[in-house]
Design a protein around this ligand. Structure first.
Ligand code: SAM
Length: 243
């Protein structure tokens, strides 16, 4: 891991990045779900439905939903009968998630503060590992991928959904204008927190392109690493298999 890493467009030490990412999500936790709807025009719900359809959780599966935040993806998988452990580095996000689970009468989920880079779980304990809109916030991404591989059983599946910059002509410019100008303004107007939302946009722009991330997934030991673009490449589902 190098001495300096990007926090959005700024270069900081790895420790400082982890601290600042923590501050961003503590600051947005209470408004996180409403802001997701507002910023994506409700699309994040469709992306998450599509993602869970790809994961195909079954009754009896043990799934680790990493960087699971307020539980959106975990709830969808638990409703299909999977046993889901929701882990996140940020206790404020998990607290909102647990409250939402109670309101929905969803039981059987486990909530655990964990850093994706250094998990406390044993080797080969999960059937699937999911991480949605989380990995770009992790300071040492190769370390998180190695940990994902370690905690999966043989035959276990890795699934990640992340934003990717669109290459579609016209669409790419439209998205760039929305991301750079509109999202931070919504953050300022609704949450009085322009900086956090500016970080979210910059972190999306800095995340590796799908082909580069696919190589990172393969380097962590996964076979059949694949990158499946959705919506003109705005969002990509990555997957891999542990043998
Ligand atoms: N997966 C949820 C969803 O799609 O609604 C939450 C995504 S939210 C954009 C990103 C989450 O990544 C935050 O809850 C943040 O705390 C978490 N995160 C960032 N760095 C992490 C790390 N090193 N380990 C675990 N979680 C991390």
């Amino acid at each position: 891991m190098s001495d300096q890493v990007n926090f959005g467009d700024e270069l900081v030490s790895p420790e400082e990045k982890t601290r600042r990412v923590g501050a961003v999500f503590s600051s947005v936790a209470r408004r996180y779900d409403a802001m997701n709807d507002l910023m994506s025009g409700g699309m994040h719900r469709l992306w998450k439905d599509r993602f869970v359809n790809r994961v195909k959780p079954r009754a009896g599966d043990d799934i680790l939903d990493m960087a699971g935040g307020t539980g959106d993806v975990a709830f969808r998988m638990a409703r299909r009968g999977a046993h889901v452990t929701v882990s996140d580095i940020n206790a404020d996000m998990l607290e909102v998630g647990e409250e939402r689970a109670r309101q929905r009468g969803l039981t059987g989920l486990e909530w655990k503060v964990e850093n994706a880079e250094a998990l406390t779980f044993g080797n080969a304990v999960f059937d699937a590992y999911t991480i949605v809109f989380g990995i770009r916030n992790v300071t040492d991404i190769p370390a998180a991928l190695r940990e994902a591989h370690r905690v999966l059983k043989r035959g276990g599946r890795f699934y990640c959904m992340e934003f990717s910059s669109s290459d579609w002509p016209g669409f790419a410019n439209l998205y760039e204008a929305w991301a750079s100008n509109v999202i931070p303004r919504i953050g300022k107007a609704i949450a009085n927190d322009e900086a956090s939302y500016r970080y979210l946009v910059e972190s999306i722009r800095r995340f590796p392109r799908p082909e580069a991330f696919k190589r990172m997934v393969a380097e962590a030991g996964f076979v059949r690493a694949a990158a499946e673009p959705m919506l003109g490449g705005l969002v990509t589902i990555h997957s891999g298999w542990k043998i």
